[in-house]
Design a protein around this ligand. Structure first.
Ligand SMILES: CC(C)(COP(=O)(O)OP(=O)(O)OC[C@H]1O[C@@H](n2cnc3c(N)ncnc32)[C@H](O)[C@@H]1OP(=O)(O)O)[C@@H](O)C(=O)NCCC(=O)NCCS
Length: 173
């Protein structure tokens, strides 16, 4: 069967969000709240997903965020994301979180990375096919090459989570 799906580049879905870490964004250690960073990761990833498929999307999962180095108060924090792999209706988004001292002329550093999965939805809210994605740069190819293994691990995790919910007989109380 011929595949009629369009293919788009990863740079087409790039989204960038920059903020200065304000006092209200920090915890007792004067570093950025992890929860706030996770919210911004989800927001930036959602923009990439929408740029890629130009339709409605929903967050299916977040593989987790490993806070590699702290983001300090008054740092400039930059989130950059792009769609790095697609299945049929799902899109994997790669998010890089970079931190930079606002007062010193020094190169920025990676503070964290994250992979999220978004699903494209049709007008009835059901999963729908999204365009393919094509890596071009060395980084894009490296992220793309590992994506299938991450997707398999995610499918296994989803099944385990479903089983746990059922086996624990979880109830709302
Ligand atoms: C994500 C969701 C749309 C999947 O719908 P579904 O009817 O179960 O659809 P499917 O099982 O056919 O999965 C569709 C695709 O999503 C992927 N997927 C589903 N759950 C996933 C998960 N937890 N993590 C990663 N990918 C997932 C599937 O692998 C499949 O990918 P593919 O089409 O590329 O092969 C549905 O579970 C949902 O709406 N969840 C709630 C999402 C939400 O509310 N998010 C905001 C949280 S506040």
């Amino acid at each position: 069967m011929t595949n009629h799906r369009a293919t788009v580049s990863m740079k087409q879905s790039v989204a960038v969000q920059e903020n200065i870490v304000l006092p209200g964004d920090t915890n007792a250690h004067d570093t950025m709240f992890g929860g706030l960073l996770m919210k911004r990761i989800d927001e930036t990833a959602a923009i990439s997903a929408r740029r890629h498929c130009r339709g409605a999307v929903v967050t299916a999962s977040n593989d987790g965020v490993h806070f590699h180095r702290p983001v300090q108060r008054d740092d400039i924090v930059t989130l950059k994301s792009y769609v790095c792999y697609v299945g049929k209706s799902s899109m994997e988004i790669f998010v890089k979180i970079m931190t930079e001292n606002a007062s010193r002329d020094e190169p920025g550093q990676i503070a964290a990375i994250s992979f999220l999965t978004f699903v494209g939805l049709d007008k009835d809210g059901r999963p729908t096919e999204v365009p393919n994605v094509q890596p071009e740069t060395e980084e894009e190819r490296a992220v793309f090459d590992e994506a299938k293994a991450r997707k398999e691990a995610r499918i296994k995790k989803r099944a385990e989570t479903n089983e746990l919910i059922h086996s624990l007989g979880l109830m709302i109380n």
